[in-house]
Design a protein. Structure first.
Length: 77
């Protein structure tokens, strides 16, 4: 069985290709415009939680020093 296929560009093929490329670039722009604020938001929340943890550690160590200092003063009297 013999088949003869010929491919000829249609006059509208250039238009279709340009709309696909435009749609693709719009989708990429929309994706980044959603993704970048999400990354910034998650990073900001992570940083805040990290700073809270560091602050609590500092407070705990200062409280230990304070209690040791009180015990030492009571022993001296």
């Amino acid at each position: 069985m013999q088949s003869n296929f010929t491919t000829q560009p249609t006059p509208n093929s250039q238009y279709i290709d340009s709309t696909i490329q435009t749609d693709s670039s719009v989708n990429i722009f929309i994706g980044y415009s959603i993704l970048i604020p999400m990354i910034v938001f998650v990073g900001f929340n992570f940083y805040k939680k990290h700073r809270v943890a560091v602050f609590r550690r500092k407070v705990a160590s200062l409280e230990k020093l304070w209690h040791l200092n009180i015990k030492k003063e009571l022993e001296e009297k």
